[in-house]
Design a protein around this ligand. Structure first.
Ligand SMILES: [Zn+2]
Length: 139
């Protein structure tokens, strides 16, 4: 339900696991996973938020509003610069030094910072997507 939010939180440098990415769906399993990995549980499910000690209940449907709710709850939702987490899979990012094995549409790392996910290989740089994300984050 909060997959889009997970992507934004990763862009903000948070280690944000998404339950469905992990094949976990049942409330009990989600609660157990959060507890065993020491994670704060973000959910729009009131009963789940009540059952878990370290949980933040979100009410908004829109990801921009959800980010504002998190900011109000004390979560840092400013964009991570340099980026640290893969928005797609939550893997750690590594700065790319040279244009080897980069997709053809990627900028030259000599001109623009490019980062690659160590887990899934996705490449990131500060392009138009970066600006879109920055605009959605609360001030
Ligand atoms: Zn990745």
């Amino acid at each position: 339900m909060l997959g889009k939010l997970a992507t934004y939180l990763r862009i903000c440098g948070h280690d944000a696991a998404y339950a469905l990415d992990r094949g976990v769906e049942a409330d009990d399993a989600v609660a157990d996973l959060a507890a065993s990995e020491g994670r704060t549980l973000l959910t729009r499910d009131e009963s789940l938020a009540r059952d878990v000690d370290d949980a933040i209940l979100l009410t908004a449907r829109d990801v921009g509003e959800q980010l504002r709710e998190l900011s109000a709850a004390g979560v840092d939702v400013s964009i991570a610069d340099p980026p640290r987490r893969c928005g797609r899979c939550n893997g750690p990012l590594d700065r790319v030094a040279a244009a080897v094995d980069l997709p053809t549409y990627a900028p030259d790392p000599a001109d623009t910072g490019v980062w690659r996910c160590l887990d899934c290989g996705q490449c990131f740089w500060k392009g138009s997507h970066w600006d879109d994300v920055r605009e959605r984050l609360p001030d």
